[in-house]
Design a protein around this ligand. Structure first.
Ligand code: UDP
Ligand code: MG
Length: 317
């Protein structure tokens, strides 16, 4: 029997890219005769005609399946819905905008089949077409998160990867509400081979990431996979307590030896403001973790399905 491959495709306002992507996948599928390829398109609450495109594709091709959310839940939720519903022996996540070239799939499948790997992931080695300031922040982010967490994230890593069934089950079991897939892929382990490729610009439509969106996403990544900011906050508190202790000793001794000349108002205010600032910063850091915990304990679903091509999908999870 042929082995099956499910391609999970998160789509948000991709009506222009989706037909181009579908054609490219069909071309690749023709090359891969030994496998049954199917597409699992996830409509993440698109505001354009993406759902209609999906319905048309599903009507004309039985390999195309779709799931449509009740609103926009974000790419992380779309990928999770894909993992929860993908049935293939091999499963891949791939963007609809052609930035993850489907032409890499045959090579990725060959690696999983012939070599001892559980997943093949891709990383882009160039960042052409991206503002330099954004690339700089991205590089800083990878450096920081790899120093302070055990998530092990490769610089330039894309979400585009092909994996075995075993790995998919591990990802589905990671049911945390605050999802950061790059961290999750690294955290669960498994042997991964990295395929470098040159950055490709999207064929149509536009990116959904603003600079602030990416900035917030990177803070989420750090908070989700590292307790280092909390340790830094405690350490700062400890250092300041020690400094304050010696300052108090110094002031008492000075008072006893030299009396109490009234001076140092300005420096006192500076110290109070400084310590106040550090305290607020540390409370802010604690607040970040608390906010995540709050969302986590509420156990709200990651996604809600409004329509789908198949009956037996996991509708709410
Ligand atoms: N996407 C999604 N939900 C969102 C935002 C994006 O499903 O809320 C999808 C989008 O349709 C695309 C993929 O995630 O297939 C990557 O998005 P984008 O191309 O905007 O990100 P970039 O490639 O610039 O990192
Ligand atoms: Mg893209």
């Amino acid at each position: 029997m042929k082995q099956t491959v499910t391609l999970i495709v998160p789509c948000y306002n991709e009506e222009a890219s989706l037909p181009i992507f579908y054609k490219a996948v069909c071309d690749v599928a023709r090359e891969l005769e030994g496998y049954d390829i199917s597409l699992l398109l996830i409509n993440d609450g698109s505001k354009d005609g993406t759902l209609n495109v999906m319905k048309q594709l599903a009507a004309q091709d039985s390999r195309v399946h779709y799931i449509s959310f009740s609103r926009n839940f974000g790419k992380e939720a779309a990928m999770y819905a894909g993992f929860c519903n993908a049935r293939g022996d091999y499963v891949a996540v791939i963007d609809a905008d052609m930035q993850d070239p489907p032409s890499l799939l045959p090579q990725m499948l060959r690696i999983l089949k012939e070599e001892e790997y559980d997943s093949v992931a891709t990383r882009r080695v160039t960042r052409d077409g991206e503002p330099p300031i954004r690339s700089w922040f991205a590089r800083m982010f990878y450096r920081i998160i790899n120093t302070i967490s055990e998530a092990d994230i490769v610089d330039g890593a894309r979400d585009f990867r092909l994996m075995r069934r075993e790995m998919v089950e591990a990802i589905v079991a990671m049911s945390e509400y605050n999802r950061f897939s790059k961290g999750i892929f690294g955290w669960i382990g498994f042997k991964t081979k990295w395929l470098p490729y040159k950055n490709v610009e999207r064929v149509a439509g536009e990116t959904k990431w603003s600079f602030w969106g990416l900035f917030k996403y990177s803070i989420d990544g750090i908070v989700n996979f590292s307790q280092a900011p909390l340790s830094i906050a405690s350490l700062t508190g400890l250092v300041f307590t020690l400094i304050a202790f010696f300052m108090i000793l110094f002031i008492i001794v000075r008072k006893i030896l030299f009396g109490d000349p009234v001076a140092g108002w300005a420096s006192t205010i500076c110290v109070i403001l400084f310590i106040g600032g550090i305290q607020l910063l540390c409370m802010g850091i604690i607040g970040q973790y608390l906010a995540k915990t709050y969302l986590e304990v509420k156990k709200r679903p990651h996604y809600i399905v409004a329509q789908s091509s198949d009956e037996d999908v996991v509708r709410v999870k």
